[in-house]
Design a binder for this molecule. Structure first.
Ligand code: ADP
Ligand code: MG
Length: 140
């Protein structure tokens, strides 16, 4: 099934000038960008995005990090985009991520792990709508 997933190039990767390298990984994997923009979240906006994690011990630190600088958000489209992109990202902790994954290559810490990706169809729907209007992510 052709579907869309929400990707974020996190503040650590943007500040390390990895935007181009990471988007190239997406395209080489067949994950086609259908919407792209750079934004800087307020802490409240980061908390809204990550609300499912609000009881976790790392929530406050995560939301501070995600609002610490600009991020690049993308809608990626492909057959099985959600799982395909999870596989390309690798494990949450870069130290445990498999060789060849984006987090292995560019993540430096379990929190500073370079990229975000939706984990289910339900979260993709919420996350795409959090960042993109219908006009900003047109049907191809
Ligand atoms: P993923 O991004 O792989 O889906 P989670 O949804 O579990 O991982 O966590 C969201 C984000 O919170 C992670 O990408 C990471 O930046 C941060 N995070 C997760 N677990 C921890 C942790 N134990 N300590 C610090 N930050 C964490
Ligand atoms: Mg997650």
């Amino acid at each position: 099934m052709v579907e869309r997933t929400l990707a974020i190039i996190k503040p650590d990767a943007v500040s390390h000038h990895l935007v181009g390298a990471i988007i190239q990984r997406y395209e080489q994997a067949g994950l086609v960008p259908v919407a792209v923009k750079m934004v800087r979240l307020t802490k409240a906006q980061a908390e809204g995005f990550y609300y499912v994690h609000k009881q976790r011990p790392f929530f406050d630190s995560l939301c501070s990090f995600m609002s610490s600088g600009p991020i690049v958000v993308l809608a990626l489209e492909s057959e099985n985009a959600i799982q395909r992109y999870r596989d390309l990202m690798g494990a949450t902790d870069p130290a445990k991520a498999a060789a060849g994954t984006i987090r292995k290559a560019y993540g430096t810490h379990i929190e500073h792990n370079a990229v975000h990706g939706s984990d289910s169809a339900e979260s993709a729907q919420f996350e795409l709508a959090y960042f993109f209007s219908a006009l900003e992510s047109p049907q191809r």
